[in-house]
Design a protein around this ligand. Structure first.
Ligand SMILES: Nc1ncnc2c1ncn2[C@@H]1O[C@H](COP(=O)(O)OP(=O)(O)O)[C@@H](O)[C@H]1O
Ligand SMILES: [Mg+2]
Length: 307
């Protein structure tokens, strides 16, 4: 069973690529087969975080049909068990994917033969990003402790929910239920309203939506954490979200701010290798332990359901 973790968040520059790469390295060092997929089409730089100055092949070869299997463009990194599927050579036209191309990528990702598949997403809430985020039942939302970033995270959750609703309804139904929400509704108000509206129009679809949202799990990480920030911020956000949203929220932990992250990028070295003794590195290893625990629980559950 593969674990697919899209790593997203409304804002750019909050550390999605840094976190994806370093979690990937740590998971691979535990003996897992791991692939990092750079889905920041148009802004791809994940390879740099794995210490690679360039990558010769990637998603573009899969889209132009030079290869038929996405695994063929998975390039090994200097870390054992860790590969990368890059999009650094994708042209600007590919950055604006057609719906069919996007679906083709998502289906291929879901079939990749790895234990962990980490998807590094671009900033913002465009449909590509949201659909990649929803390619799995568990997504990792990244935020920093700043109020603007928290605000963006809620906007991202709201956009994910709306996209999920759109996947269930046709265009006409979608329009009629979204008429009931206003731009000023916060994510919590919007969710409640929209589910009520769907259920009112079509109780079966309302039930389906509720079920899918309940089964969805947002994991989240607070990056660039500083001593001056409330140490319980993550737990507080988790509590509020679990109380008001249908989905489950699971706080994976804080990752401390460290100047040496910047330095490692400049020197083209993998942060977790060069600075394995730092607080930030230890934070990342705690998160990996939680992901491993989660995967084990998922595997036990799937064995149980087959018995
Ligand atoms: N924990 C951290 N401590 C210090 N700097 C960080 C940390 N995480 C990210 N950064 C800085 O933020 C920059 C942007 O990170 P990046 O992963 O490229 O963001 P995103 O992928 O979200 O756009 C990095 O170049 C790095 O300098
Ligand atoms: Mg990035």
């Amino acid at each position: 069973m593969s674990c697919i973790y899209p790593i997203g968040g409304g804002k750019g520059g909050i550390g999605k690529s840094f976190i994806a790469a370093n979690l990937g390295v740590l998971l691979a060092k535990q003996g897992n087969r791991v692939v990092l997929v750079d889905l920041d089409l148009g802004g791809a730089n994940l390879h740099t975080f794995t210490g690679m100055p360039s990558v010769k092949t990637g998603i573009e070869k899969f889209l132009d049909k030079t290869v038929i299997d996405l695994t063929q463009v998975a390039v090994p990194t200097e870390i054992n068990n860790l590969s990368i599927i890059s999009s650094v050579n994708c042209s600007m036209e590919i950055a604006n994917l057609f719906a069919a191309q996007k679906l083709k990528i998502i289906k291929a990702i879901q079939k990749l033969p790895f234990d962990y598949i980490l998807l590094d997403l671009g900033a913002g809430t465009n449909y590509n990003t949201l659909d990649f985020f929803l390619s799995s039942n568990e997504g990792i939302l990244l935020l920093t402790p700043e109020p603007t970033s928290i605000e963006n995270a809620f906007k991202f959750i709201k956009a994910v929910y709306l996209r999920k609703v759109r996947q269930i309804l046709n265009q006409r139904e979608f329009k009629s239920v979204t008429d009931c929400i206003t731009g000023n509704d916060n994510a919590i108000e919007m969710t409640a309203r929209i589910i009520d509206a769907v259920a009112e129009n079509d109780p079966e679809k309302g039930e389906l939506l509720r079920k899918q949202l309940t089964e969805y799990q947002f994991k989240f990480i607070i990056n660039q954490f500083r001593k001056t920030v409330d140490a319980k911020l993550g737990e507080k956000i988790e509590k509020v979200c679990n109380r008001y949203f249908y989905s489950k929220f699971h706080f994976l932990g804080n990752v401390c701010y460290d100047e040496r992250v910047h330095e490692s990028i400049y020197s083209k070295k993998i942060f977790i290798n060069k600075y394995s003794y730092t607080v930030s590195a230890i934070d990342l290893s705690h998160i990996v332990k939680k992901l491993e625990k989660n995967r084990l629980a998922g595997r036990l559950e799937s064995i149980g359901s087959h018995e």
